[in-house]
Ligand binder design. Structure first.
Ligand code: PEP
Ligand code: MN
Length: 339
């Protein structure tokens, strides 16, 4: 399977930032023999807070055109409305994506689909902010019905009321189910927005490859610390190239049923590790309260009640043994931490 690699900054900040990022990515790609399929940048950023940097806007299009002409890499941008489609076409940009915030609104998505109808554009559709596969599929179908030949999906994770170790909860089963329902549709992963932190990205990128994703969209910035948006999740171009060249891409024959089960298991592991981490943080707070009030760290009766509540599995003796050991370990670790 040929993979699709997309890299570029979160936002188009300035002419020099775009050209500099493109130069570094192109150089790194050449050095490591990586075929960069598309250079990405957000000209119009949809931000939650009103004072956040919202991209350079229309002014970014000639800069992006310059990137395209100088490095011969097709550029892709996020579009929010029909007017953006027109502006892109005017500047020779024919690859666009619909972002997660637009993707929640099928009325807006339909307007964009009408605007790109029969245009020969390539359109990527990010998952909506809510974990609703039907909505995601509906958006994809709007572009297929608009005679767009090249439609792709991008999995970027889902914001969650529950805290997660990642910026967005992965719910891997959702894009995998999309693969089951639309086997011909290329599905990419965007580990940058999924993770929200640069250090998580390589392992999540590898996980996506193991699950048979068709490519990756990665945010890169020549100076991530100075980035005007998503500073924590943008990679240096050299780190990006290093990561791509170290990916293990041997999963081509992996069975979809097995991938489905594994990805569901990964969701569970993700939740367990998130909860355990939260629990340890909670323990620290409780320790502080106990210290202030001169209460002893160990309160055996209370813990015995907990054990009693969660070890009622006589029908499954091996689980019973496991959960007893596990709770014991949890208890001991909490006590050590409080001390
Ligand atoms: C982006 O890719 O720049 C972006 C804003 O992503 P999302 O719509 O997934 O948040
Ligand atoms: Mn971003």
């Amino acid at each position: 399977m040929e993979r699709i690699w997309i890299a570029g900054p979160c936002a188009a900040e300035s002419h020099d930032q775009l050209l500099d990022t493109a130069a570094q990515i192109a150089e790194q790609a050449q050095e490591k023999s990586i075929t960069l399929n598309y250079f990405r940048a957000g000209a119009w950023k949809v931000r939650s807070a009103p004072d956040s940097f919202a991209g350079a806007g229309d002014a970014a299009l000639p800069w992006l055109q310059e990137v395209q002409n100088t490095y011969h890499i097709p550029v892709c941008v996020e579009i929010l409305n029909a007017k953006h489609v027109e502006l892109c076409a005017k500047h020779g940009i024919h690859v666009v994506w619909v972002g997660a915030r637009t993707s929640v609104n099928p009325v807006e998505v339909q307007k964009i689909a009408d605007a790109v109808k029969h245009s020969g554009f390539t359109v990527m559709v990010k998952n909506p902010m809510i974990p609703d596969l039907k909505l995601w599929i509906g958006n994809i179908e709007r572009f297929l019905k608009a005679d767009i030949q090249n439609v792709m999906a991008i999995h970027r994770g889902f914001p969650d009321v529950r805290e997660n170790i990642y910026r967005n909860s992965p719910y891997w089963n959702i894009p995998i189910e999309l693969k089951v329902r639309m086997p011909e549709l290329p599905i990419l992963c965007d580990p940058s927005h999924l993770c929200g932190k640069v250090e998580w990205i390589p392992e999540v990128a590898q996980l996506a490859m193991n699950y048979g994703f068709n490519g990756l969209m990665i945010e890169c910035h020549p100076n991530p610390g100075q980035a005007l948006s998503d500073a924590d999740q943008q990679m240096l171009p050299s780190d990006w190239a290093d990561m791509i060249s170290h990916l293990d891409l041997r999963n081509d024959s992996a069975d979809l049923e097995l991938i489905k089960q594994r990805s569901t298991l990964e969701n569970i592991d993700n939740q367990i590790s998130t909860l355990l981490y939260q629990r340890m943080k909670m323990v620290d707070e409780i320790a502080e309260i106990k210290r202030k009030n001169h209460i002893s760290v160990v309160q055996p009766q209370q813990w015995q009640q907990v054990v009693k509540r969660y070890t009622k599995h006589p029908e499954d003796p091996s689980y019973q043994t496991f959960i007893e050991h596990f709770l014991e370990l949890l208890h001991q670790s909490s006590i050590e931490r409080q001390k």
